[in-house]
Write a protein that binds this ligand. Structure first.
Ligand SMILES: Cc1ncc(COP(=O)(O)O)c(C=O)c1O
Length: 409
């Protein structure tokens, strides 16, 4: 058989190119350009002995492997995909010995904190929550830790933690460092290069990019951790779906393009929001006066596509969310469509200001997004608003569902 193996696309290729060319399977004439969707649980066994691929929960599928090849390359390590971001996070925590001490940031995804709280109640680990933007608090918390968990920028306060600084402190006492890189994406921040042991993504968000799948990934610096994570997936069964991997890989092909457009838009939206009379505070590390700007500029190659802003109170924030028409009032983030949500309405978000609205910016035109936001903010501020000579739309009454029991994106 004639083979046409290309030069292996190494780090000398730029990231846009790697996104396009990696995870393509065999380079042989007649093979499809995209690794086909293989919805298989089992594969034919050899005449004797154990085959390399017999059962997908243990042995994987071509689709997982293609996605892992790309994500491992982007993060500079070895990737293991899971059924969701939470599946990936749970697998990392399961690597810890019973009674381990885990240090987590004050602001982080609520699902992580719910999982840690459940395990903490059962004595599985001890959890220490700290403000990691405070060097003194960090210096006190890290000694004796088994794992330091970072989420930077954080969901939803967009706090930025100095990964290199945490890695240095953790190395002094032998703690492992894991970074949830979901908001930054592999394109804007490289935690493994900064010395972290593990990187986690909810690939549900920017990597997939189309709000049509749930998927998670852990990328390990060391072979040993990779092997333990892959075993964990096999024995615990949080395997990624075939369709989800296919879609995530297809979505990832355009990650650089989507992100570049969204970042340009969000930067300008953040500036306009800052000047808006209804907005009390904007949190976006790309703003020069944001408290995290200097660190983010040093640590990241861009500031991401999520902005949070605060209005007077919960009722005003709910009215903004209910008032937008181009932007979707929906949880989650990282899709081609912009989404907006008042985060403090969710349980476990007591530290989040009641009037904080998180906006994930997608691929729409800046001016359409701004007109939508400006209009919703104006109406939320009160019936006298008439920036566009509007003022005819009624102020919206918001009926919140009673006590949602779970955490969401
Ligand atoms: C920062 C972050 N990490 C992890 C997760 C969990 O990911 P998933 O919903 O894919 O389980 C989320 C979900 O919103 C998130 O925002």
């Amino acid at each position: 058989m004639v083979t046409d193996e290309p030069r292996s696309p190494g780090p000398e290729l730029r990231v846009e190119t790697r996104l396009a060319v990696l995870g393509r399977g065999e380079h042989r004439p007649g093979q499809p350009l995209n690794v086909p969707l293989v919805p298989a649980s089992n594969f034919r066994a050899p005449a004797d002995g154990l085959g390399e691929r017999e059962y997908s929960r243990d042995d994987g599928t071509p689709g997982w492997e293609a996605l892992e090849e790309l994500l491992g390359d982007l993060e500079g390590g070895r990737a293991v995909c899971f059924s969701s971001g939470m599946g990936a996070i749970a697998a990392v925590l399961e690597l810890l010995p019973v009674g381990a001490r885990v240090v987590v940031p004050r602001d982080s995804y609520g699902g992580l904190r719910a999982l840690l709280a459940d395990g903490g109640d059962g004595g599985r680990w001890q959890v220490h929550t700290v403000d990691m933007t405070d060097p003194a608090a960090l210096a006190e918390a890290v000694p004796g830790a088994d794992l330091v968990w970072l989420e930077t920028p954080s969901n939803p306060l967009l706090e930025v933690v100095d990964i290199g600084e945490v890695v240095t402190r953790a190395a002094e006492t032998g703690a492992a460092v894991a970074v949830d890189n979901t908001f930054a994406t592999p394109l804007l921040q490289s935690p493994l290069e900064l010395g972290a042991d593990l990187v986690v993504h909810s690939a549900t968000k920017f990597i997939g990019g189309h709000s049509d799948l749930l998927l998670g990934v852990v990328v390990a610096q060391r072979q040993h951790d990779h092997a333990r994570l892959a075993r964990r997936r096999g024995v615990a069964g949080a395997t990624p779906g075939a369709l989800e991997c296919f879609l995530a890989l297809r979505g990832a092909r355009t990650l650089a393009l989507r992100l570049r457009h969204a970042q340009d838009t969000v930067g300008e939206l953040a500036r306009r929001l800052q000047a808006h009379p209804t907005v009390a505070r904007v949190r976006y590390p790309g703003l020069p006066d944001d408290p995290h700007h200097t660190l983010a500029a040093k640590q990241m190659a861009g500031f991401g596509a999520v902005v949070s802003f605060e209005v007077a109170d919960a009722a005003t924030a709910d009215a903004v969310c209910a008032g937008v028409q181009v932007i979707s009032h929906a949880t989650s983030l990282g899709g081609v469509e912009s989404t907006i949500e008042r985060r403090a309405k969710l349980p476990g978000q007591e530290h989040v200001p009641a009037g904080l609205v998180r906006l994930s910016v997608g691929c729409e035109h800046l001016e359409d997004l701004w007109a939508d936001l400006d209009d919703a903010l104006g109406h939320a501020a009160g019936p006298t608003w008439s920036r566009h000579g509007a003022g005819t739309r009624p102020v919206i009454d918001v009926d919140l569902p009673a006590g949602p029991p779970t955490d969401r994106g």
